[in-house]
Design a binder for this molecule. Structure first.
Ligand code: FAD
Length: 287
């Protein structure tokens, strides 16, 4: 399929990109890696009249550590996340998740900013951002603001982004040394979006779970933070009974779409299994 006609713009700064997006209005869309937007355009599910390509903006690239936080520029690709020693050391769950996104071709082009700003419930990074307590730096015609990932997702493809606003970077607090993590993703085949996936970041103390955050992918129209599921395992040694309680609490908040990946009941069921697997693997990782 061939996309509809569009004009192409390539600003060199965030200020110019914001100005273009505000002037061109609703018919303009930022273009990052293009690996979600262009397929949508080819299917004519998106028909922007203007594409504002962010590749010429050097300020949107890079990974840096400042104190106890990691800043990741929106145009940093999934491949660059995988190649980063800082990410491997400080935020290993990001590395594990990036490796489960599509295939190397998609990861060379697809950006972290595009993945989290897209609002597609099937994207893997948003749930991970929820469990890590990330916040998004947005710049728009009315200035800059920071929005916690937990407040960003409002519905399928609906986010807190206002017209003309760009996500410029993501700020993530470095989890405690000695924390454990896992991202468990069930997919129909290599390179597929999740049928169901769960992210876990946790710490243990004296053989019991001390802190825990659980995130869910593609089990609702937005990524979910499964707060009651996490509470169900705090203070436990992750025995079979507490794992089952966590899965049940997570299933209670899931409302996945019935689609080619399966009916609702099946997806909720495997969603619960992903939660148990992620918790068990996070535990195993601690030895
Ligand atoms: P684009 O496609 O360029 O943009 C996506 C959307 O976000 C657009 O609406 C765009 O306007 C907006 N946008 C982009 N950047 C910004 C910004 N900085 N500020 C504001 N808005 C912005 N993803 C997964 O998570 N898991 C998968 O398993 C997976 N499998 C895939 C398989 C295939 C075959 C393909 C083609 C893609 C797959 N993807 C998957 C999607 C891929 O990860 C995309 O690259 C990603 O979702 C979007 O990133 P992008 O840089 O390509 O963004």
């Amino acid at each position: 399929m061939i996309p509809g006609p569009f004009s192409y713009h390539r600003p060199a700064s965030v200020a110019d990109a914001v100005k273009l997006l505000s002037t061109l209005g609703d018919e303009a869309r930022p273009l990052a890696g293009g690996h979600s937007l262009v397929p949508m355009m080819k299917l004519r599910l998106a028909t922007p009249e203007h594409l504002v390509d962010l590749h010429g903006i050097g300020d949107l690239k890079g990974i840096s550590r400042g104190g106890n936080r990691i800043a990741i520029g929106a145009m940093t690709t999934q491949h660059e996340l995988l190649a980063s020693d800082e990410i491997a050391k400080s935020l290993p769950i990001l590395r594990e998740t990036a490796l489960l996104i599509a295939d190397p071709q998609v990861r060379y082009m697809g950006t972290i900013g595009g993945n989290v700003a897209n609002g597609d419930p099937g994207n893997d990074m948003p749930a991970v951002m929820l469990v890590l307590g990330a916040s998004y730096h947005l710049q728009g015609p009315n200035g800059a603001r920071d929005v916690p990932a937990t407040e960003f997702y409002q519905g399928a493809y609906f986010t807190a982004l206002e017209p003309g606003e760009l996500l410029t970077s993501i700020s993530i607090p470095v989890p405690e040394a000695g924390h454990s993590y896992a991202y468990e993703k069930l997919k129909r085949k290599v390179g597929d979006y999740a049928t169901a996936a769960a992210a876990v970041v946790m710490t243990m103390s004296g053989g019991k779970v001390a802190t825990c955050a659980i995130g869910l992918t593609n089990l609702h129209e937005t990524p979910l933070l499964a707060i009651d599921a996490a509470k169900a395992v705090i203070g436990s040694g992750l025995d079979a009974a507490s794992l089952k309680k966590a899965a049940a609490a997570a299933e209670a908040i899931m409302s996945p779409a019935a689609d080619a990946r399966g009916p609702v009941e099946y997806r909720k069921h495997v969603g619960g299994i992903m939660v148990m697997r992620a918790l068990s693997r996070a535990l195993a990782r601690l030895g």
